[in-house]
Design a protein. Structure first.
Length: 87
């Protein structure tokens, strides 16, 4: 229920500010709050942090590619090379 997990909602407001203004992701805030405040196990906190990070990065790339499609056209080959190197 929301009463049990509301501290995480408040923490993720600050997490989104940190993720948007620094190279750190929202998972950096989500992990300690989920483990220390919500009492998740460390592995659950890790998984939740990775999920938050993945959702945020996917949403950001979707926004960039839909609002600035010329970036894909201009820099598509660089994106392809970079993604292949990260596999």
């Amino acid at each position: 229920s929301f009463r049990q997990y509301y501290p995480l909602s408040i923490a993720m407001i600050f997490g989104s500010l940190i993720a948007g203004s620094t190279p750190l992701g929202g998972g950096v805030v989500a992990f300690p709050v989920s483990v220390l405040s919500i009492k998740f196990t460390p592995s659950q906190g890790r998984d939740f942090s990775l999920m938050i990070q993945s959702c945020g990065m996917t949403a950001a790339s979707f926004l960039v590619l839909t609002k600035r499609p010329y970036l894909l056209k201009d820099h598509g080959s660089l994106l392809a090379k970079t993604s292949l190197c990260n596999v």
